[in-house]
Structure formats: C-alpha cells, structure tokens
Design a protein around this ligand. Structure first.
Ligand code: ADQ
Length: 557
C-alpha cells in the first residue's frame, strides 16, 4: 500500500457545515439535535427505499391500543453475557429479555453449558424431554437470576458441558463450520431447537407455556420447522444477528435430526444440496427480523444475502421481514459505570482523560498528547481488521496510538502481535477479551476503529459513542443507522484503504480542533440507543405474529 499522509486532510466537515454545527458564541459550538436513532422497522413496501425513508411501521396501527397486553415469550439463545459470551448475541440475549420483561412475561432458554452448571446458581430440574430421532433425552432446569429473570437451561451434559465456547474450540465465530466447530453441532443445536418447539407445544411438563417463541440465529433455526412439522402454528419470531453464519450441514444428517425427507427441497431446508439451519428459520418462522433497518435491506441483495437473498426478498414482499435495531443497557453510562477509573460526562473531559491515562499505562503505551484509537472486536474477516492493520503505520506516524482487544482468526491475531512488536509503546494487541478492560478502553479512547465489511447492527460503536469515543466506520448495516457522519463519528463508503484512510484523516483533523472534538463527542454521548426503544416494535411484531398464527389456524380448520 502507499502511505497516505495524514496532513492531506480533505473534505473535513468544517464548523460552518450546516449539516453539523450551529455555532453559538456564548456556549461554544453546539451540534444540531442528536441524530435519529429511533427504532426503524422496515415497511414491507419500502424495502427498496433509501435508508432515510424508513421511518414506518410495518404493523397495523390498530395494534397500538393492545400493546399493554403482556405475552408469554420464550427467548431462545446460545449465549447470554451473564454466563457465556462469544460476541454481540450474548449482550443482546442478556439485555433484550430484561427490557421486554417490563411489558411481557419473558423467559430464556439456553443450553446448560459448564459455566452455568458450575455457577453458584441453584438449578432446579423442572421438566424432561424424551429422545427424538438421533437427539438424546434431556432435562430442563430452571435458574433465577438475581434480578428475577428466569432462565431455563437444557441439561444434556454429553452435548453441552465442554471446554470451549458454545460453538467449538475456536474463538473466531459461531461454530457453523467456518470456526473450529464441534462436529456434532447439528445435534447440539437441533436438540435446543426441538426443546424450544416442545416447550411451546406444552410437551415438557413445565408449569409455564409460552405463547410464542423468539429465536436467535442459525442455532435456533430448526425450532420453527419442528413446530411446523408437528402440525402446529405457534407463532415464531426468528432474528438474524449475522446471516454469514448459517449452520450448513451434510444432507446425510437429516434422519438423525428428525427432519422429514419431503422438507429437503428448495422450499424447505435444502441449501445447494446441503441442509441449512438458517434457511429453516427463515422459511418456517412467522416473522423474520434482523437487527437494523439497513441490514434488513442489504440482506435482500446478492451482495449481502449469502445465497438467501431471493428467499429474503420473498419474505419482505410478504411483510414478514423487518429490522429492529439493537440497543444498549443502562450499565453503559460513563457517569455511573463502576468499571471506570473515573466517572465523566460531556461536561467533564478531565474524567475521560483520566481513563485515557489509565489505558495507556495498563496497555503499555507511552504518555502522549495524540489521539488514542481502540479496536474492540471479534478478530474475524467481517470486521475488516486487514484495513486497520494496513492503516496502522500511518496512524502511528501521525502521532496516534492504537489498542487492539479481541480474539478470533489465528492469522489476524498473529498479524496484530507482529504490529505491536513493530510499534512498541504505540500499538498494543491484547489477544483475548476482558469486559472490565473493554469498558475502560471505550472510556479512555478518543476513536473506535470499526471498518466492518458488513455489520448487522454492531454494539461496539454504540458503546463507544456513549463513552465519548467517536467511531470511524464503514457505512453499512447498523453502522450506517447509528452513526451520524461528521456529527457523532466518521463514515466511509468504499471498503478500501483510501476511503478508510480519508475518514481517519478527518478524525485527526477534528481531534486538533478542541471545540469541535468536544462538540462531536458530546453529541455522540447523547445518542438514544436504549433497549427501551425496541419494546414497542417487538411488541407489535409479537402481536402481529399471534394474529397471523390465529388466522392460519382458523384457515386450516
Ligand atoms: N473476542 C471477544 N470475545 C467476547 N466478546 C467480545 C470479543 N470481541 C468483542 N466482544 C464484545 O462483543 C460485543 C460485540 O458485539 P457486536 O455487536 O459489535 O459484534 P458481533 O459481531 O459479535 O455481533 C453480531 O451480533 C450482534 C447482535 O445482534 C450484532 O450487533 C452484530 O452486528 C453482529 O455481527 C461487544 O460487547 C464487544 O465488547
């Protein structure tokens, strides 16, 4: 690559740029009202519209007056931050059910991993499910989190109590074959899916039965199918957190998983000659959602659709595909977060500086007046680490420092280690993940580098903004929806070095202008990303799915 001089700053949004700043001499520069971050649910007729045109409900307005009616929801997941987390799904599974619990009776179902069984929580066995096809019998345990959230854990030691992540021995992904996944992941997650379906159908002898299932990602994809194949119409919501991980397995496994042969075709679970859990979820769920409005549009295109764009376009046309953005929870507040070295707010940058000093000390960087960049990410191809590695030299030469935190693909980890050796005191690579230090890093950094190739929603850029660290990110998926370019962060359009470098140059230029920099990070910190904003769209969707299921059941009679 050719080095791009950071002094070649072009097109930096100036304070007179009307899209960015209203200058008020008394109060200093003041940004326009914080950018929209309302929940965006894609209307079925508007999937082809531009991102800025997406403030619609797909749900009929009649449902508004019924939002208070609570529903019993079983939220099924493979990660929850309370116990085990590989990435963003863990955060969502911890926060969203709790947010929804303000209006609904929400319980969680998750495999009983070792971390749970060995935790100090009491697990009471409350149900049992017999073996089915090649899926072993299992018990259902119940534990109650300290804040009252009820978690059902699927007790099947031979499947779930293993050393490693929920998906395998690797740390790069979600165990569907791109990672070093367990070789019986189809059995493991079919077992979870079948249990979810059977609990919904009242077959587990629990004293509680959900009215609908909310399923997350490929590992739960067979649940709507198992409901359907048993001839029932319990409503199912299937949320795609990342379409790139699909759970594709050999067709020879069909019988073992109890999948009827007549479902193995283009209209069912067949995917280019294999079996796809992700496709099963999309085909059989009452409603498919994903985690931002823009990603919901993107996945209907060949570029982002991972071979499922045709099916997803069809779902969109049927009004069965929507995008509801993730949020962040109350713990992400720099005024109160006890992880931080010093609390701070947008009126108190000294507190932020104290966190930066701590980060530099803790991660072995030299004292500096230059900008501090953070990368807090799973280290996988999706996240565009190759671009940041390419940009690192220019950043350091311009006086910047970088801390990388995360783990993932071995070759990316190796490249980061080499980079840190090459630039001691300026670059640190922490290979692993530490929630405590991650929070300090969000708080201490000036900028977050997040050049993701695609990003269904992304949480790190929201955490960063809340902690006054401006994201520099590719304009895609949830990044496009949650970062206001030139106001709360910097977006670049082409997934290429020059385009990324240009955004980094703009960040350096803003850093030099204290008033502008403070105004931008002040604006970033006020973004409305709270999970509370997801309650209404999810509630509407649940109602719609219930009505839909009711109608389908009536038609079938
Ligand atoms: N090595 C590691 N080990 C453990 N935790 C790590 C980690 N590296 C980063 N994290 C943490 O995991 C979270 C990352 O969440 P993101 O949403 O940004 O990405 P992820 O790709 O994992 O999630 C996917 O699911 C979420 C949830 O829907 C979508 O927002 C996102 O776009 C999609 O790619 C943050 O809390 C971060 O601090």
């Amino acid at each position: 690559m050719g080095d791009v001089a950071l002094s070649e700053v072009a097109n930096v949004k100036s304070m007179s740029d009307e899209s960015m700043v209203e200058n008020d001499e008394k109060e200093g520069p003041r940004l326009k009202d914080a950018p929209f971050t309302d929940n965006q649910v894609i209307p079925r007729h508007h999937l082809n519209q531009t991102v800025t045109d997406r403030r619609y409900d797909i749900i009929d307005r009649r449902h508004n007056d019924k939002l208070d009616s609570p529903q019993r929801i079983l939220f099924v997941t493979t990660e929850i931050t309370d116990f085990v987390k590989v990435g963003g799904l863990g955060d969502v599974s911890s926060a969203l059910p709790r947010a929804l619990a303000a209006h609904h009776d929400v319980r969680v179902l998750i495999p009983a991993y070792r971390e749970m069984v060995q935790s100090d929580y009491d697990i009471v066995t409350v149900g049992h499910l017999p073996a089915f096809a090649g899926l072993p019998a299992c018990d259902i345990g119940q534990l109650t989190c300290r804040d009252g959230l009820i978690v059902y854990v699927l007790l099947c030691p031979e499947l779930y109590e293993r050393e490693g992540t929920p998906y395998g021995t690797g740390s790069s992904g979600y165990g569907d074959g791109q990672d070093i996944g367990w070789n019986d992941n189809d059995i493991r997650f079919a077992r979870l899916s079948r249990a979810a379906a059977d609990i919904a159908l009242g077959k587990a002898n629990l004293d509680w039965q959900p009215q609908l299932l909310h399923l997350n990602d490929w590992a739960c994809g067979l649940a709507p199918a198992y409901v359907h194949w048993q001839g029932h119409s319990i409503p199912t919501i299937f949320t795609i957190h990342n379409l790139a991980y699909q759970g594709v397995f050999d067709a020879s496994r069909l019988a073992l998983l109890g999948i009827p042969y007549d479902a193995f075709n283009i209209h069912g679970v067949e995917y280019y000659g294999d079996l796809s859990f992700m496709k099963a979820g999309i085909v059989y769920a009452s409603q498919v959602t994903t985690v931002s409005a823009t990603y919901a549009q993107e996945i209907t295109t060949p570029k982002f659709g991972c071979g499922l764009d045709g099916l997803l376009r069809c779902k969109a046309e049927q009004g069965r595909l929507s995008g509801i953005p993730n949020g962040i929870d109350d713990s992400w507040d720099p005024r109160t977060d006890s992880h931080l070295i010093q609390a701070f707010s947008s009126n108190d940058w000294r507190g932020k500086r104290a966190n930066a000093d701590y980060v530099r000390r803790h991660f072995g960087l030299t004292p500096s007046q230059g900008p501090l960049f953070a990368v807090i990410s799973r280290m996988v191809h999706q996240k565009g680490l190759d671009l940041t590695i390419e940009a690192a030299k220019a950043i350091v030469h311009a006086g910047g420092q970088i801390v990388f935190m995360g783990c993932g693909e071995h070759h990316v980890e190796e490249a980061l280690r080499k980079l840190a050796i090459r630039f001691p005191g300026a670059i640190t690579a922490y290979i692993g993940f530490d929630e405590y230090q991650a929070r300090c890093l969000f708080a201490g950094s000036d900028f977050l580098l997040m050049p993701s190739r695609f990003e269904p929603c992304g949480l790190s850029q929201m955490y960063a903004q809340r902690f006054g660290s401006l994201p520099i990110a590719h304009r895609t998926g949830g990044l496009a929806d949650t970062i206001e370019d030139g106001v709360t962060g910097f977006l670049f359009d082409d997934m290429q070095f020059g385009s990324y470098m240009h955004a980094i140059q703009r960040a350096f230029a803003v850093y030099k202008s204290t008033d502008l920099f403070n105004a931008m990070r002040g604006a970033a910190m006020t973004g409305r990303y709270h999970w509370k904003q997801s309650i209404v769209p999810y509630s509407k969707l649940y109602l719609q799915a219930l009505e839909q299921a009711g109608n389908e059941a009536a038609l079938a009679q």
